[in-house]
Design a protein. Structure first.
Length: 380
């Protein structure tokens, strides 16, 4: 196995174990000592940590290479999981979850950056996002199941922490073999190092402006999936266990479409536009037909892969591009559900659905102004 293939295995196995570990705590949140608000903060601390570090992680990877950033993210995750395996104090758990999210943010942005520099990046990013969702599913289901089997509150966390050690070992093996081909481009990395940080930060501002319609589509279209998941338990009328199963199936639909997306021979911007139209229709139908959440999960996979594929072709500095992408996706999952929930409370679910569908409609119109800016990435 070549160094690049071994490194790719580390990324694929790492994203699954990392996401599983992040979700393993969810089934035991009600068992922790602490008010419901503290439990919510514990849940959100991870996403906040990831949101604030994905962009810095992407920028740093452009300066020092992806390998170091990816390794740092995995090590922080394992350290956090190890500590979480032995503590039950809510305030301490909240702090560790924040650090765990920081590790995840570094890992995800740098990993997607490396993948987008490879030939066949569309297929590789599809596999990566599918395994990300698979990890979330395994953590949600497996975390509670393992805890009940071993009669240990942190049994699931401990299991997935141990599992996360394997990609660290393979990363170490890559380092022993020599990591010449593990960073995106040695010449460009050295050039960025000589130029300093200022040009990289300047490129962030330029890329935000240049790809504004794309970032808007990331926030809105991925945020819609968070909105429907937030109100699904109430609208569906299902029992808690059935709700968990339904949301897991939604993740499964995303996994399937992430694998299938490279087979859709559709130009990325057009696929984003089609997906935005479907999202607008589905969110309008959601209150009447909550089962449409499964179709929405499938469309979400198409959205993610088409957005990532577009950025691979449109931008040269993939560290910054993937840092901005993951930041926008976490922002969407944070703010769209919050705004939608507020609108449901003040007005009603149909009114909230109409307003959010309107945002998706705006994506349909504005995404057409996205154009590749003179850079052609590796063939997808």
């Amino acid at each position: 196995m070549s160094r690049s293939n071994l490194f790719l295995f580390s990324l694929f196995f790492g994203i699954s174990s990392l996401m599983a570990l992040s979700n393993a705590i969810i089934p035991i949140l009600p068992s922790l000592d602490g008010a419901l608000q503290i439990q919510a903060f514990i849940y959100s601390a991870y996403f906040f940590g990831a949101m604030i570090t994905t962009l810095p992680g992407g920028i740093i990877s452009e300066r020092v290479g992806q390998f170091r950033v990816i390794s740092t993210g995995m090590i922080l995750t394992v350290i956090s999981g190890t500590i979480l395996s032995f503590v039950t104090e809510p305030v301490l758990i909240l702090l560790i979850r924040l650090i765990e999210g920081i590790g995840a943010g570094l890992f995800v942005s740098a990993s997607l950056s490396w993948i987008n520099y490879q030939k066949g990046h569309t297929r590789l990013s599809g596999i990566f996002m599918a395994l990300l969702n698979l990890g979330l599913l395994l953590g949600l289901i497996g975390g509670g199941w393992i805890t009940s089997i071993v009669s240990d509150l942190t049994g699931g966390i401990r299991f997935f922490t141990i599992l996360s050690v394997l990609p660290i070992l393979t990363l170490l093996f890559c380092l022993i073999l020599g990591k010449v081909d593990l960073d995106r481009n040695t010449v460009n990395s050295e050039r960025n190092s000589q130029q300093g940080w200022r040009p990289l930060f300047g490129e962030v501002s330029a890329m935000v402006h240049r790809q504004a319609p794309l970032w808007f589509s990331v926030v809105v279209l991925l945020g819609i999936t968070g909105f429907v998941q937030a109100i699904y338990p109430d609208l569906s009328g299902l029992a808690a266990t059935e709700v968990g199963t339904a949301l897991a199936v939604m993740n499964l639909a995303t996994i399937i479409s992430s694998f299938a997306a490279p087979w859709f021979k559709i130009e990325p911007v057009l696929l984003i536009r089609i997906s935005a139209i479907l999202m607008a229709i589905l969110v309008l139908l959601f209150e009447q037909y909550p089962s449409s959440i499964f179709i929405m999960g499938f469309v979400a996979g198409l959205v993610m892969i088409s957005q990532i594929s577009y950025l691979a072709m449109a931008e040269e500095k993939q560290g910054i591009a993937m840092g901005l992408y993951t930041t926008a996706s976490y922002a969407g999952m944070t703010f769209i559900p919050a705004i939608g929930g507020y609108l449901v409370g003040v007005f009603s679910a149909p009114v909230a659905a109409v307003l959010i569908a309107t945002l998706a409609g705006v994506c349909v119109v504005t995404i057409g102004s996205c154009r590749c800016r003179g850079f052609t990435g590796p063939d997808g």
